[in-house]
Write a protein that binds this ligand. Structure first.
Ligand SMILES: C[S@@+](CC[C@H](N)C(=O)[O-])C[C@H]1O[C@@H](n2cnc3c(N)ncnc32)[C@H](O)[C@@H]1O
Length: 446
């Protein structure tokens, strides 16, 4: 069935949304105001899913995508939109989440443009095989079909080179790739991490069991690449599920961490520790955190979900005391190490879940929250209600859980001063959100 449809807006998830005789129709790779012929692929009870059959009236912001596998590969969502327009779309989709999931009508500020290409400092590529051809790439959207990506435009150039050498190596040495359907074979993922400033690279190959010939891969790499690789690790992951790295590493050589430098501070980042994805956007975000927290000499600040301690360590020279809380041992150990190498002795890190460790605090001036995608636990909201910080900065990579949590924070007596956006993930629908919340006088709701 093919219908005529006008796209009204883009929703979180990157899909265009139009109305067909009262039915919501979602169309990937469309843009607002476009008039389309849409082929209906699936009819659900409350909505339909379609695909573009023909563009009748194109958006003036539609451009030709750079990547030949765009729309096949699930890595990017917005390559068909001019970069400046991507930023507008992201602002609109955050507004939409705030309104629909948080009942919050507050316009976020426009995100600043950052380098839109070759920015990712971490990639996790899938390995597969089709008719004796080895494939290394990303999954097609909503499937486990691997789309080979020879030159990925959001990967750093050096990651593409390493990936292409790896493909050649696997092919020449006839190494066994894991077959998800038949559950045979071994090698599953290629993971690369990189310090933008230091250029240090960690190379990780993931398989169900150790591949003794894997170390020979390093030998085939050219000198300029070898020099940058500070650690080569094999990760053993026999789990059938999607999780990519387990705790079980075998060191082939070098370290299991790399260094990054940001705003004159140095950070050790271990293979399993979190670090933000886009260097320039992270720099903008951290600078803004320092301004928005309004640092004062006597402040005690909590840096919740601290990771390797980035926000706390950079902020430490502006305030009296920082306490970072982190639940993962690897990131916690990095944070302790980073405190020492940067000589920040007014920062302390605690290992544990925020929802539990917060029991130990009664009064704190300011709190930074930067949870994972699932957002914050209800217990954390209750703790914030008890501790009553004057300022809360909530940073999130998920506008949906951000909107849900913000609604709860407003209910315990806070008001929004600003909501700002940082384009941590150009070419995708993802966006980093920063909200500043102020405690109302007496915390009384209007
Ligand atoms: C989005 S990252 C933010 C890290 C850091 N703020 C940064 O920008 O580098 C979230 C961090 O929270 C940690 N985490 C997840 N759940 C947690 C919890 N319940 N309590 C404390 N930390 C948690 C994760 O291990 C991860 O390091």
């Amino acid at each position: 069935m093919v219908i005529k449809l006008k796209i009204d807006k883009i929703i979180f998830g990157g899909l265009g949304l139009g109305d067909y005789q009262g039915i919501k129709v979602f169309v990937p790779y469309s843009l607002p105001e476009e008039k389309l012929l849409v082929r209906i692929r699936e009819k659900k009870k409350h909505y339909w899913l379609g695909e573009i059959s023909e563009i009748l009236e194109s958006s003036p912001f539609r451009i030709k995508s750079k990547c030949p596998v765009f729309m096949k590969c699930g890595g990017c969502d917005f390559q068909h939109a001019d970069y400046t327009y991507q930023l507008i779309l992201k602002k609109l989709l955050v507004s939409d989440c705030l309104e629909h999931l948080g009942n919050i009508f507050f316009p976020p500020k426009n995100p600043l443009p950052v380098n839109p290409w070759h920015y990712r400092n971490k990639i996790q590529m899938m390995l597969g095989q089709e008719n004796n051809k080895i494939l290394i790439g990303y999954y097609q959207k909503n499937t486990h079909k691997i789309i080979e990506v020879t030159e990925c435009f959001i990967n750093p150039f050096i990651f593409n080179e390493i990936k292409n050498y790896f493909n050649q190596f696997l092919h020449n040495n006839n190494l066994k790739i894991y077959d998800e359907h038949q559950k045979i074979g071994n090698l599953r993922f290629l993971v690369l991490r990189r310090g933008n400033k230091t250029e240090e690279i960690l190379l990780i190959v993931v398989g169900r069991f150790y591949e003794k010939n894997i170390d020979k891969f390093y030998d085939i790499l050219p000198k300029e690449i070898k020099e940058k690789i500070v650690g080569f690790l094999f990760n053993i992951n026999p789990l059938p599920k999607n999780r990519i790295l387990t705790e079980n590493f075998i060191s082939i050589f070098g370290r299991d961490y790399y260094f990054e430098e940001l705003l004159n501070k140095k950070f050790r980042i271990s293979v399993n520790s979190f670090f933000q994805n886009h260097y320039e956007a992270t720099e903008l975000l951290v600078k803004r955190i320092i301004e928005l927290i309004e640092p004062e000499e006597n402040d005690q600040v909590l840096d919740l979900y601290t990771g390797v301690g980035v926000f706390g360590i950079i902020l430490s020279s502006y305030v009296k005391e920082i306490i970072g809380i982190e639940s993962e041992i690897s990131a916690y150990n990095d944070a302790l190490f980073n405190k020492l190498i940067n000589g920040c002795f007014n920062v302390n890190f605690l290992l544990g879940k925020c929802e539990e460790v917060l029991d130990n605090f009664n009064k704190v001036d300011k709190v930074i929250l930067d949870p994972p995608r699932k957002g914050i636990d209800e217990k954390v909201i209750n703790q914030l209600n008890r501790i009553k910080p004057r300022i809360i900065l909530y940073i999130s990579c998920n506008p949906a859980t951000f909107s849900r949590d913000l609604k709860r924070i407003l209910e315990i007596g806070y008001e929004i001063e600003t909501i700002e956006l940082f384009d941590m993930f150009p070419q995708t629908y993802h966006i980093e959100v920063l909200g500043k919340l102020l405690r109302k006088p007496n915390g009384i709701l209007n």
